[in-house]
Write a protein that binds this ligand. Structure first.
Ligand code: SF4
Length: 913
């Protein structure tokens, strides 16, 4: 049994606050007393920002067990709750809030004891890191020091320790093969394992998926398959069966693209059935590939550790360096870096350590050969299976660095999100934030102490001195970029003193938006917008001036691109392989910026002219709680699947879109239109496999009829009583953050006192992924959230027994939505969208055949035409709150039943469907 660490320990929940002193006496105390006690002597606590929020005292600091955990066990998973910590350390779980402080003392003792043991797997580098942390006055440093012995030999520092990636030859093009159906079935049997029940739906699905790997007959005419796959048919193994056969026989790469990280995790684990972890040569056949902004940039980390970060962020950099030595792949967002680590440090430290702004200097970087991003790009070129996300697949197709690396066989799982991803990928936004980024990329930082963030001139100094025309182009671009917005632009707009043509345009955008917005957002503090129509003459004139200013930046950048190309073609003696790669990298980033500028110019060019029916343009002021944070002009495709079809579908050989909610009811027409295939005149193949789950007996939809719209106390009461009736395990979904916060504020304390912890997105200082981990880990916990939780939560089993929606998820009536609604059939368009949202939300409830539960809507205004969103056979019942509570507290029996109470009415369209 470990010895508890004899230091005071503090725990605060919505139910109260407890302090245990060094002698082992625990007492409850008021928030004020707790704050005083923590200020006196630093106390042990778990998740200090969360404790601070509970106490209402943001400046609280102490000895956070999570920081200690991150140092001693880097790259290990831990749910950041008392129960999660106890499980991770194999200690007894606390039985009540007042036993938590004792657990914290014991956990600290156990972790320190572990540092002395020979079993400590992550010892390497700890002593050196601790020396740096001691200088930074990290509160744990003094406590840890006696427990970590000095190594006999000097420890290598991270940048020397990481392995280098190998350069590999390009993969030859894949063989053209077809896979017979019986081979696919045999592979499926192999993947599902001996003795697994044969599911016909899954077999048909796998065979249909095999068709996208057939050789293509005509150029620009890929095989496209739309596959509706009801929850539980086993779709991942269904498509991995033909994908693994094809990649093996054809020696090609299959990309599987997902929208959520959960599915990426699931795919990573299921792919092990088809591929080994490593090939005999040590390379990996399955690679997870994400956008560059997800990975740690070693150069940024080095800058941060050498003075770029100060105070608390510098401590974060040290903990990230500890993690980087043990990380599987350097993925900071959703990889093996604990999601909670960034939020412990409150500032945006994590994003500053990634390559957010495309500032990578490629081969000019001293860590290029060890870079996680470069390693992942190379690994994916050789992989059989690349697991990526929709945004990355589209960006790669649109502006991938290397043609050979562009995906040609793609399976878009969670296919109902492809349109949303295409919408953002092919959007143009000329805003203050975007233009200031471009200015920094060209000119470099204008304030000191920004580490390596250097402008174009510094990055291409050798080219400029070698090639006169190239040097002149760099200078011209820098001069022209001075006209872009710079630091302090928002304040200048506020003071009515814009500087330069783009800031002047943004000032006009701001004043016109305030003059015309009628959304009600002005009073509510939300963002506001107005369509880009009927623009006054002076606005059009300012748009013209801004357009010329942007063109003046683009022209020298094009010239510079041409010069770089000719330097590569006619390489001077001094240009070695590394220099060449650096210039290639610069060319790539240049062409991306040139395209960006061209898109902005074309957006401005249309201001005041006739509208282009393919696009929707509007002006906006982005605000949060009435505070402005960005202003600009936006352009979206009316149908983003048009550019998707050209950029992603047309060059591919085979593409599959699959989801449980691809189709609206039995209607394939809208799914085909939404796939983009008609734009390239391809007739998609269609397949459908129904869910094997018995929804009629495992789930009930309850529509509560006696909570009035707009009655916040009644809504909050409804949520609280529903959570009590279910005994926790409730996922509460909202369409407005404001209402979510208001409901949470009214009910969290009451529930906590009853032993029912409540967590909430937009309230608790915890990232969404970690909130879901906490929810999954504790069957008595409930979670409130908005959109991201509607289909990002995969919690099978007891932890999720009930989904409660505040009402019908109507789309936000934005300018973009209005245009698409008009083009998509008016209310029928809205209905399709809402049904899809309801189906996704319902899909959270039943994840496996043993799951059961209730789907509750706390609003009577629920039109029957939307009920087809739920799987056929699911009972839908309209009833009062009391009746609904009764049913929820009884649980779903697992047997189909009829309403026993005459006050309860089955929806007229609901049974049977
Ligand atoms: S190569 Fe680029 S992304 Fe990688 S560490 Fe260097 S600067 Fe960062």
């Amino acid at each position: 049994m470990p010895q508890p660490l004899p230091l005071a320990a503090l725990h605060a929940s919505h139910a109260g606050t407890w302090l245990r002193d060094a002698n082992g006496n625990t007492r409850g105390l008021s928030k004020g007393e707790a704050i005083m006690a923590a200020a006196d002597t630093p106390a042990l606590m778990l998740n200090a920002p969360l404790v601070a929020t509970r106490l209402g005292y943001p400046d609280l600091s102490g000895l956070d067990l999570l920081e200690l955990f991150a140092f001693v066990f880097p790259a290990r998973f831990c749910v950041p709750t008392p129960k999660g910590l106890a499980d991770a350390l194999e200690l007894d779980e606390p039985t009540s809030d007042d036993t938590v402080p004792a657990l914290l003392q014991l956990a600290a003792g156990k972790i320190l004891e572990h540092c002395e043991s020979e079993e400590w797997a992550e010892r390497d580098g700890a002593w050196s890191s601790l020396q740096s942390l001691t200088k930074m006055r990290w509160p744990w440093a003094q406590i840890l020091a006696p427990h970590i012995r000095r190594p006999e030999r000097a420890e290598k520092w991270l940048f020397a320790k990481l392995p280098e990636w190998e350069e590999t030859p390009e993969r030859p093009q894949p063989a053209q093969i077809s896979i017979p159906d019986d081979t696919i079935e045999a592979q499926l049997d192999h993947l599902t394992g001996d003795g697994a029940e044969r599911r016909q739906g899954q077999r048909d699905y796998a065979k249909a998926a095999g068709k996208v790997f057939e050789p293509r007959d005509k150029r620009d005419m890929p095989h496209v398959l739309l596959a509706q796959a009801g929850t539980g048919i086993g779709k991942t193994l269904g498509y991995l069966a033909p994908a693994s056969l094809w990649s093996n026989a054809a020696r090609g790469t299959v990309w599987v693209s997902t929208f959520t990280k959960n599915l990426q995790r699931q795919l990573r684990s299921e792919s092990r059935r088809a591929w080994p972890e490593q090939r005999p040569d040590g390379s990996r056949p399955v690679v997870v590939r994400k956008g560059r902004e997800n990975y740690l940039c070693l150069l940024n980390l080095e800058d941060a550790m050498q003075g770029g970060f100060g105070g608390r962020p510098a401590i974060l950099a040290q903990l990230v360096a500890r993690w980087a030595s043990f990380s599987r792949d350097g993925d900071m967002i959703g990889g093996d870096l604990p999601g909670w680590l960034g939020t412990l440090f409150r500032k945006r430290g994590i994003s500053a350590l990634t390559d957010q702004r495309g500032e990578c200097v490629y081969a000019g970087c001293p860590h290029y050969r060890k870079c996680f991003i470069e390693r992942s790009a190379r690994a994916s070129a050789q992989a059989d299976l690349v697991i990526a996300n929709h945004a990355l697949v589209m960006v790669n197709a649109a502006r991938g660095r290397d043609h050979a690396q562009r995906p040609s066989r793609i399976i878009f799982d969670e296919g109902h999100h492809v349109m949303q991803a295409a919408d953002s990928t092919f959007a143009a936004a000329l805003t203050g934030q975007e233009t200031i980024e471009l200015r920094r990329w060209i000119i470099g930082p204008e304030r000191k102490n920004k580490g390596r963030r250097r402008g174009l001139a510094a990055r291409l100094a050798d080219v400029a001195s070698y090639d006169e025309a190239g040097g002149e182009a760099v200078e011209a671009a820098i001069k022209a970029a001075q006209t872009l917005p710079s630091d302090g632009w928002l304040q200048r707009l506020n003071d009515n003193e814009p500087w330069g043509p783009v800031e002047s345009l943004l000032a006009a955008v701001r004043s016109l938006t305030y003059a015309r917005d009628e959304s009600g957002g002005q009073e509510a503090g939300y963002g506001i917008e107005t369509e880009a129509a009927q623009l006054p003459g002076n606005f059009v004139e300012l748009a013209g001036q801004a357009e010329s200013a942007l063109a003046a930046i683009r022209h020298p950048l094009i010239k510079l691109g041409v010069r770089l190309e000719s330097i590569i073609e006619d390489a001077p003696d001094w240009l070695d392989g590394q220099g060449r790669a650096r210039i290639e990298g610069a060319r790539h980033s240049l062409s991306w910026r040139v395209d960006l500028l061209a898109a902005w110019e074309s957006l401005l060019n249309r201001m005041g002219g006739p509208s282009d029916p393919e696009f929707v343009d509007w002006l906006s002021v982005e605000r949060s709680e009435a505070r402005e944070f960005d202003i600009g002009v936006h352009r979206r495709w009316l149908d983003p699947m048009k550019p998707f079809a050209k950029v992603v579908l047309e060059p591919s050989h085979g593409v599959m879109l699959t989801s449980a909610t691809l189709r609206d009811g039995e209607d394939w027409e809208s799914a085909v239109a939404a796939s983009g295939a008609p734009y390239i005149e391809v007739q998609p193949q269609l397949s459908s496999a129904e869910s094997p789950f018995d929804y009629a007996s495992r789930a009930e939809v309850l529509i509560v009829t006696d909570i009035k719209r707009g009655d916040l106390p009644a809504l909050a009461g409804g949520y609280a009583r529903m959570i009590e009736a279910a005994g926790g395990g409730v996922l509460g979904l909202f369409t407005a953050i404001k209402r979510l916060r208001a409901v949470h504020g009214r009910i969290a304390d009451r529930l906590a006192r009853g032993g029912l912890p409540l967590f909430a997105q937009h309230v608790d200082p915890i990232d969404t992924g970690t909130l879901v981990d906490i929810f999954r880990d504790d069957p008595r916990a409930s979670l409130l959230g908005t959109d991201a939780l509607r289909d990002g939560v995969d919690v099978p089993g007891e932890s999720l027994r009930c989904v409660v929606m505040e009402g019908v998820p109507w789309p936000k009536p934005s300018i973009l939505h209005r245009a698409r609604r008009a083009a998509g059939g008016g209310s029928a368009y809205d209905d399709r969208m809402i049904r899809a949202r309801l189906a996704q939300a319902f899909g959270r409830l039943i994840r496996s055949k043993d799951d059961k539960g209730h789907f509750v809507v706390l609003s009577a205004a629920f039109p029957s035409r939307l009920l087809s969103a739920f799987p056929p056979g699911t009972p839908v019942i309209r009833l009062t709150l009391d009746e609904a509570l009764q049913r929820v507290s009884e649980g779903v029996s697992g047997k189909a039943r009829q309403p026993e109470n005459p006050g309860i009415t089955l929806d007229e369209d609901s049974i049977p469907f």
